[in-house]
Each structure stands twice: as structure tokens, then as C-alpha cells.
Design a protein around this ligand. Structure first.
Ligand code: IFM
Length: 475
């Protein structure tokens, strides 16, 4: 069965309808098996091994052991009634040194995973880069150097050839802003660089990689001529399977509605700069082929002629990861940055301390439509969720009522955006499983399924059961 057929067949099953419902994970956060079957080291293996980097001193070496327990995980998705699963491919599993030689055993894992999804009528949404850069590429400069974008395109071509006949949608990068900011500007994520505004180069080269990889994915993916995205509501003439034989391609961003802390001109200006770095750097470039004015100086130092045309490949879908809005004020005198973030008050907080603001998701989606108009492709909410320190009760069940309320209100916020005319095509909860939450290790549990990290045992939480019923109801 092809990815396209999976979509067609699920569109007639009850509440799922013409909408993607499911959950997301990422390779380093769930797979484990970091030394198996020829996988090379990634920047997260290196970073996690450095003392003090990870809150609980852990790493993704075992994580949820999904590399071995993937069937169980796919059965969880089936039980949920999901028709889509967003996972990521570990580049160092496929190309252990980040270039050249392809590792057949690593690729075979994703082959099994994709076939397993299709056998369960679940559409595979494959992300190519969710932060686990092969270490040898970092040794050569990582995303700060331009060459990494070329390496990414080569890797994309390998993946297109191997899986392009079966995936339902490609995601090139996951959250390039977060990778640039936490990985290269502030150093709290791998590779741990603290370049502040000079991290811009890591953002630009990721964007360039996105553009080159999009071309490679379209050139190398070959799906059948029947069914599929093109015949079930895709963008047809703007790319995607309808015109090229390739599954739709999306860029996935972590987006945030930015609010100024006060009506002062200084705070408004700082908010505009922050919005430019976090949101518009990764939207204006891709959807309009320009950098926001606020970033003109930074861009002048790294952007080459022709880069923006490469970056602005027509997108079939925009992946939006939403967690919370951001409040910004003008920087204090000792702040080397042109903005300062302020805690948002008056809202409940998740376990991570993030404010729960569901209406921010409606604002974000309707704002995208207002700002980009017809240039905005259909949107998929590719991540949304919350961490809470939920523990099993005496009977072993996990009653995560706060997560249920969170999901309920955020799905309603998506519904409000749809009613306001935004073309939202899917909602994927973060996450299917409790997993390795980067610098927080295993201290933040985002899953609708509890994972006992000592044994690997999975226990669906109350939110899993609630989400199953919600999916069945559809819109
Ligand atoms: O766990 C992360 C994920 O990898 C990217 N988006 C945000 C999630 C929660 O922090």
C-alpha cells in the first residue's frame, strides 16, 4: 500500500475524515540503539556525554527503545485511531559520517517503519532533520558552514530514493529557529555553541538546506500516478505529488505569537525584532523569498546571490508546532541582545513552566493567513502538547486530567481557526510517548503514553483514551 492509499482509505473511516489526526515523535528522543547497526555518532550523543549539559545526566542512548519496540508503538497509534504519524529519520543512522557511504542497515529500519505504518493504514509523515546532526559534520562546522546545506540535500536524495514511493508527506527540518537559538546562540542544546546573533548563519544554512533538500525530494520521490495527495486536495500546480509525483513537502516551524510587554515604542520595536528572528525569518524567506527588514544586516553577511530563490521553493504544507505565545520587552543596559523575554502571567503553567494559552494557537493560525494570504499553503499542526509530572496511581493507570484539558482546548482553538477560514489539514499531538526531552532529559513527560524508562513498558494515559474518542468524533 502506498502512503497515498493509506490516506485515501482512512478518509472513509468514521471521524478521521479528510483531516490528519495523530501524534509525533523524533528519532533521538525515542529510538535509543545509538550504537546499533552501524549508526554513527550525532551531536546529541556528544553533547549528552558532557557533564552538566542534561538536567538528569541522561542521554538518548536507550530512550524509549523504539528502535526495537517500534511495532508496539505503531500498535499504539492504531489503537488511537490515528491516520498519521510524524517521526524523524536519524541522519547518522543513514549516513554515519553525514556524507557519502549509505548504511543499508540503518535505512532498513525506516523501511520497516514505513511499511509497518502502511500496513496499519497510517500515513507516514517523515521529517529528515530533527536536530541529530552527524558529529563529523559538526566537526567541520555544523550549520554555521554553508557546505552542510549541500550535505543535507545529498542525504535527502538518499531518503527520497529509499522511501519516496511510500511516505505521505516530507518534513525537511524540524524547528530551525529552536535549533539555531538553543543550539548555536545560547548553547543549551547540542552542539552547545554560544554565538548569540552570529548564530544567524546556522539559521540561514538550515533554510538553504531546506530549499536544496526540497528540490532533491521532489526530484527523487516517485509515487504512483493514481490516488494520493494530488487527487485528494493537495496544492496541485504549486508542487507536491499532484504535479511532480512527489509526496507533499513541508517545513516545520515552532511558531509563537509575539506580544510586546507594553505599548511603549521601545517594547514594540523589541517585539518586532524578536518576531523577525523567531517567526518571520523562517516564513518570509520560504513563502516570499525575502528576509525581514530587521534582519537585513545579519543577512548581508551570509546570504549569497540566488540563496533566497533556492529557499523559496513552493511549499505544499506548512507544519506549525505551537506551545505558547512570547512576551517581549526592550533589553536592559547589559543585554547584548536587541530584546528581552518576559514571563507571561495570569495563565496556568505546564510542568515545564510554560503558560497554557490555547487562544494563542487561533491567533497564530489566523495571523498567518492574514499576513501571508494566498502564499500560505495548507497548515498541519505538527506538534502541540504539554509536560506534566503525571505518575501512575495505585492501580497503575495515569490520570492526566490536565493534559486532557490542554488537548481539548487546543483542538478547539484549531477548530476556531478553521471556522475563521484557515486551511488546517491536521493535528498531531506531541507526543505519542514520554521521551528524552533534550536538555531536560527524562524529567519532562509530554506523552499521551507513559513510558517506564527502566523497563520500556508503555501505559496509555487517560489522555490517550480521551484523544482516541476525540479523533473518532472528528470535526
Ligand atoms: O520535545 C520537543 C520537540 O523535539 C520539538 N518541539 C518541542 C518539543 C517539546 O519541547
Amino acid at each position: 500500500m502506498t502512503g497515498a492509499e493509506a490516506r485515501v482509505s482512512t478518509s472513509s473511516t468514521g471521524g478521521t475524515g479528510d483531516f490528519w489526526w495523530g501524534a509525533a515523535t523524533a528519532s533521538y528522543q525515542v529510538e535509543g540503539a545509538v550504537d546499533e547497526d552501524g549508526r554513527g555518532p550525532s551531536i546529541w550523543d556528544t553533547f549528552s556525554a558532557e557533564p552538566g549539559r542534561i538536567a538528569d545526566g541522561s542521554s538518548g542512548a536507550v530512550a524509549c527503545d523504539s528502535y526495537h519496540r517500534w511495532r508496539e508503538d505503531l500498535d499504539l497509534l492504531s489503537g488511537l485511531g490515528a491516520n498519521a504519524y510524524r517521526f524523524s529519520i536519524a541522519w547518522p543512522r543513514v549516513q554515519p559520517t553525514g556524507s557519502g557511504q549509505v548504511n543499508a542497515a540503518g535505512l532498513a529500519y525506516y523501511d520497516r517503519l514505513v511499511d509497518g505504518l502502511l500496513a496499519r493504514s497510517i500515513a507516514p509523515f517523515a521529517t529528515l532533520f530533527h536536530w541529530d546532526l552527524p558529529q563529523p559534520l559538526q566537526d567541520a562546522g555544523g550549520w554555521i558552514v554553508r557546505d552542510t546545506a549541500q550535505r543535507f540535500a545529498e542525504y535527502a536524495a538518499v531518503i527520497a530514493e529509499a522511501l519516496g514511493d511510500r511516505v505521505a508527506a516530507w518534513g525537511t527540518l524540524n524547528e530551525p529557529f529552536v535549533h539555531m537559538a538553543l543550539g548555536y546562540a545560547f548553547g543549551s542544546h547540542a552542539p552547545g555553541e554560544t554565538l548569540l546573533l552570529d548564530a544567524f548563519a546556522a539559521g540561514h544554512h538550515q533554510l538553504l538546506g531546506h530549499g536544496l533538500a526540497t528540490q532533491a525530494l521532489r526530484a527523487g520521490s516517485r509515487q504512483g500516478s493514481t490516488g494520493g495527495w494530488g487527487s485528494t486536495g493537495g496544492r496541485g500546480s504549486t508542487g507536491g505529488q499532484g504535479s511532480t509525483g512527489s509526496p507533499p513537502v513541508m517545513l516545520v516551524n515552532n511558531l509563537t505569537p509575539v506580544r510586546a510587554a507594553s505599548p511603549s515604542t521601545e517594547d514594540a520595536a523589541a517585539a518586532a525584532v524578536y518576531d523577525a528572528f523567531h517567526n518571520r525569518m523562517f516564513l518570509d524567506t520560504v513563502l516570499r523569498g525575502t528576509y525581514p527588514d530587521e534582519l537585513a544586516d545579519a543577512a548581508e553577511r551570509v546570504v549569497h546571490d540566488g540563496d533566497l530563490a533556492t529557499i523559496a521553493q513552493p511549499l505544499d504544507l506548512l507544519g506549525v508546532n505551537y506551545y505558547n505565545p512570547t512576551l517581549v520587552r526592550a533589553p536592559g543596559p547589559d543585554n547584548p541582545l536587541p530584546f528581552e523575554l518576559v514571563p507571561i502571567e495570569g495563565y496556568p503553567l505546564t510542568g515545564f513552566g510554560w503558560p497554557v494559552v490555547p487562544e494563542g494557537l487561533t491567533d497564530l493560525l489566523t495571523g498567518l493567513r492574514q499576513t501571508y494570504g494566498e502564499a500560505l499553503p495548507p497548515v498541519v499542526v505538527t506538534e502541540n502538547g504539554c509536560s506534566y509530572p503525571d505518575e501512575p496511581g495505585p492501580d497503575g493507570t495515569v490520570d492526566d486530567a490536565a493534559r486532557i484539558a490542554y488537548l481539548d482546548r487546543h483542538i478547539a482553538a484549531v477548530g476556531a481557526a478553521r471556522e475563521a477560514g484557515v486551511d488546517v489539514r491536521g493535528y498531531l499531538a506531541w507526543s505519542l510517548l514520554d521521551n528524552f526531552e533534550w536538555a531536560e532529559g527524562y524529567t519532562q513527560r509530554f506523552g499521551i503514553t507513559r513510558v517506564d524508562f527502566a523497563t520500556g513498558e508503555r501505559t496509555p494515559k487517560a489522555s490517550y483514551e480521551w484523544f482516541r474518542e476525540r479523533i473518532a468524533r472528528g470535526w
